[in-house]
Design a protein around this ligand. Structure first.
Ligand code: SF4
Length: 118
């Protein structure tokens, strides 16, 4: 049995997931979205990745970036390690591709901000 707090809406329902020989059942959800959330958390938890990377010759020392889609939770550390080693150079526009197919996940990392040359 696993317990989760649903983060899909502000009601924050307390969810209980039971795995009976591979048959998943969820209790405590007020709506169907909570059931889906708990099952996804149990079978394949994913998260959007947002962070900052170093950028030279820029009006700001750090560039905010975001993943183009949710990444497997167990790949986040590896993705962050790749991003923290980057040394970008301004200028960069919002939406520019920063890393394609990061860690072979099929997800791209894109710039979340336009930064100009210092
Ligand atoms: S189960 Fe439904 S009502 Fe409850 S927090 Fe999740 S989305 Fe909101």
């Amino acid at each position: 049995m696993k317990e989760y707090i649903c983060i899909v809406c502000p009601l924050s329902c307390d969810l209980t997931l039971t795995d009976t020989a591979g048959e998943l059942s969820v209790a405590g959800n007020t709506c169907k979205r909570g059931e889906t959330y708990a099952k996804n958390e149990y079978t394949n938890p994913v998260r959007m990745l947002t962070t900052t990377v170093a950028i030279k010759n820029s009006t700001h020392p750090l560039l905010p970036v975001i993943s183009s889609a949710a990444l497997p939770k167990n790949q986040l550390r590896k993705c962050l390690d790749i991003l923290y080693k980057l040394k970008l150079t301004a200028p960069v526009k919002e939406g520019d591709l920063i890393v394609a197919n990061i860690a072979d996940t099929g997800v791209d990392i894109i710039s979340a901000k336009t930064v100009s040359v210092l």
